[in-house]
Design a binder for this molecule. Structure first.
Ligand SMILES: C[S@@+](CC[C@H](N)C(=O)[O-])C[C@H]1O[C@@H](n2cnc3c(N)ncnc32)[C@H](O)[C@@H]1O
Length: 203
């Protein structure tokens, strides 16, 4: 059965393969900037991380710098192409095929993180809720909340259909509805990306 329209991914395998030819080549670019700031939002107390929409596993070096060991990391992604490259780059890590809507691991993780995932999904609230249900302590991620100045800067090339951003107030409403105890957010100086962390009540 086809997914209902609100759950359609903007993303697909063809675009993933295209992206593989034009990404990851600029350590000073936005991609690494987003990863760096996302990693910074992951609290030291968290002993394990589920990286949803892990792509090539590019978050890992930033986690390693924070002191995480390979056993503390699991990456999931629906794209075989992305996972194959991630496994080649980081054979020590656990990468699993999965989907934020239908196929998250059975167990919960201290911290569930998603970097540059939500912008590619139509039903952001459902994705957030699913990730929230899989976290024991906190949820970390980012939303695109404004227009990129240029397609080059977005690092995604010509695929306008890949980008689906929403206003920051909608983001905050979605996060408020989770009912966490503490929520922090930070918007990049160019007002394009909003980083967030939400803590669960039990702590
Ligand atoms: C822009 S990439 C970001 C990859 C990685 N998080 C990073 O920042 O380097 C978006 C990733 O989300 C994955 N993705 C797309 N739809 C997804 C879904 N429904 N569930 C989980 N991941 C998804 C894509 O396959 C892709 O690897």
């Amino acid at each position: 059965m086809n997914n209902p329209p609100q759950e359609r991914m903007v993303w697909n395998e063809t675009l993933a393969k295209k992206l593989m030819t034009q990404w990851n080549d600029d350590p000073d670019g936005r991609h690494y900037y987003l990863l760096k700031h996302t990693a910074a939002f992951i609290p030291e107390e968290c002993k394990e991380v589920l990286d949803v929409g892990c792509g090539f596993g590019d978050l890992w070096p930033f986690l390693e710098q924070k002191g995480f060991t390979p056993e503390q990391y699991c990456g999931i992604d629906p794209s075989r192409a992305m996972l194959s490259r991630a496994r080649t780059r980081f054979p020590q890590l656990d990468f699993q095929q999965g989907d934020v809507f239908t196929q998250l691991p059975a167990s919960a993780f201290d911290c569930v993180v998603s970097c540059s995932l939500l912008v590619h999904l139509w039903n952001k609230e459902k994705a957030i809720q699913h990730m929230w249900n899989h976290t024991r302590r906190c949820l970390v991620g980012n939303f695109v909340v404004g227009e990129f100045k240029s397609r080059t800067e977005s690092r995604i090339g010509v695929d306008d259909e890949l980008i689906h951003h929403i206003p920051v107030v909608w983001v905050q409403e979605i996060l408020n509805r989770l009912g966490g105890v503490e929520q922090i957010g930070w918007k990049t100086p160019d007002n394009v990306v909003y980083f967030f962390r939400v803590w669960r009540k039990c702590l």
